[in-house]
Design a binder for this molecule. Structure first.
Ligand SMILES: Cc1ncc(COP(=O)(O)O)c(C=O)c1O
Length: 458
């Protein structure tokens, strides 16, 4: 999708208002203002449309979230009904609402066994901040106030609030706000393609998992509260863990009595081919955060789920819990989440992501391995990554700007694909069809051809 050099007056007006007054997330403000943001006006199925009428296939489901695809009337109607009946009421004053009660019960049937109690927030970051407070409170209630340090991973992405950004391990996220806060440490992550060299993948998975044990021993198990991780690292480069990784991590957490918190903000609600990444990787977490796919992004909503160990202790504490958001359990967001889950179930979108559609997506992804500049493809469910390299054998990279160059060619070809360094990433709506998958990968190949040509590799 290329924006025509002559844009309409309406588009120009929106761009000018936006440039003058809107600070965008993760953007170099003045550069974007100068260029003018693309104005997305509507969306349907897997397609986005801009104010100039150009269409593009959304290979990222927004920000890994529009699992049921765009334009679902069921979600809009459920939201409108709740807006009319109960647009807002809080759950602070010994009150609840039908939507949050029903959603809590429904979620308890979908999450791994035992994760039956839910606290609601509005974003993945808030869910993770809340989880940090819950973990600290749990150990305080257990009479172990020294168990406070949380271990997460390099290149982890857990959000942007102070604690969530401290949990995150992407180096650029820290210096601008003097982070991480004390009590957050980061260990290696299981990115075999970049860090594993010639080692066996399984051996590498074990070695990286054992970095957790080393760090626990170094800090002293009495000082370590939890290990915090995504089942598949998303924004940090789509890192698919070797099969050996999660069993070893769980063994270590059990051995040293370290809580395991799993961040399912991307992996939840079908992305990896099961309801949760914890199902895909056979993880039994103590607590879990979720957001994005819970409403398919139609409304802001997130949650922390607690298993029996943490849930029982927090539930039975003989004092008021000093935490909660104005919009916790918002009726409209919960109504939309219920409708979203109904669509996921009715259209068997999770089964399809773990079955026929996921398999077809993975097959088309793997077919890019023959491309001159693709060193590895990897994926699970409806997640896919492609590594751009100069030399397939040595894994030598082109310059840092390569991912951005390829992403721009994707945009021109009419697809949204994300660049994370030199790794290109796909995470389309779970509702994508086989012909749409064909279109996605045909256009991706076109973009890789153009990138190779620009780099002098073709
Ligand atoms: C795994 C993970 N956790 C947390 C977050 C933060 O969510 P939010 O942007 O809703 O605060 C994200 C966002 O991409 C994420 O990918």
């Amino acid at each position: 999708m290329s924006q025509s050099p002559k844009i309409s007056n309406q588009t120009k007006r929106w761009q000018e208002m936006d440039a003058a007054h809107h600070l965008h997330p993760y953007s170099e403000h003045h550069a974007l203002a100068k260029k003018g943001a693309r104005v997305i006006t509507h969306a349907e199925g897997v397609y986005l449309y801009d104010s100039e009428g150009a269409r593009m296939i959304d290979g990222m489901a927004g920000l890994w979230c529009v699992n049921v695809g765009y334009g679902r009337p069921e979600l809009a109607e459920a939201g409108a009904k709740a807006l009319k009946e109960l647009p807002y009421y809080n759950s602070f004053f010994q009150t609840t609402n039908p939507y949050v009660a029903e959603l809590s019960e429904k979620l308890s049937t979908l999450t791994p066994d035992g994760l039956d109690r839910f606290f609601f927030a509005n974003s993945g970051s808030e869910a993770n901040d809340s989880a940090v407070k819950m973990i600290r409170y749990f150990w305080n209630l257990q009479g172990k106030p020294h168990k406070k340090t949380i271990i997460s991973r390099i290149q982890a992405y857990h959000g942007v609030t102070m604690a969530a950004a401290s949990l995150s391990g992407i180096p650029s996220m820290h210096p601008q706000a003097d982070l991480p806060l004390p009590g957050f440490v980061h260990i290696d992550y299981p990115y075999w393609y970049a860090l594993g060299g010639d080692s066996d993948v399984g051996e590498f998975g074990l070695k990286v998992a054992r970095a957790l044990e080393d760090r626990i021993l170094e800090l002293g198990a009495d000082n370590v509260a939890a290990f915090f991780a995504e089942p598949v690292q998303g924004a940090g480069g789509l890192v698919i863990p070797p099969e050996t990784y999660w069993p070893e991590i769980q063994r270590i957490c059990k051995k040293y009595d370290v809580l395991l918190h799993v961040d399912e903000v991307i992996c939840g609600f079908g992305r990896t081919g099961n309801w949760f990444g914890s199902h895909t990787y056979d993880i039994q977490p103590d607590s879990m955060s979720m957001a994005k796919g819970m409403t398919s992004g139609y409304q802001p909503l997130s949650a922390v789920a607690l298993g029996p160990r943490m849930g029982d202790v927090l539930f039975n504490a003989n004092e008021e819990w000093s935490h909660g958001f104005t919009y916790s359990g918002h009726p409209v967001a919960c109504a939309v989440a219920l409708a979203n889950i109904e669509v996921l179930e009715r259209d068997k979108l999770v089964e399809k992501a773990g079955g026929e559609i996921g398999a077809y997506f993975q097959q088309r992804l793997a077919s890019l391995n023959d491309h001159l500049i693709i060193g590895e493809t990897r994926g699970v469910g409806l997640l896919g990554a492609m590594e751009i390299v100069k030399d397939k054998k040595t894994r030598e990279r082109f310059g840092d700007a390569t991912g951005g160059l390829c992403r721009d060619h994707c945009t021109t070809s009419g697809i949204v694909m994300r660049a994370i360094g030199n790794t290109m990433v796909l995470s389309p709506p779970l509702s994508i069809t086989k012909p749409e998958i064909d279109e996605l990968f045909e256009k991706a190949r076109e973009a890789f051809d153009l990138t190779a040509h620009d780099l002098g590799a073709s």
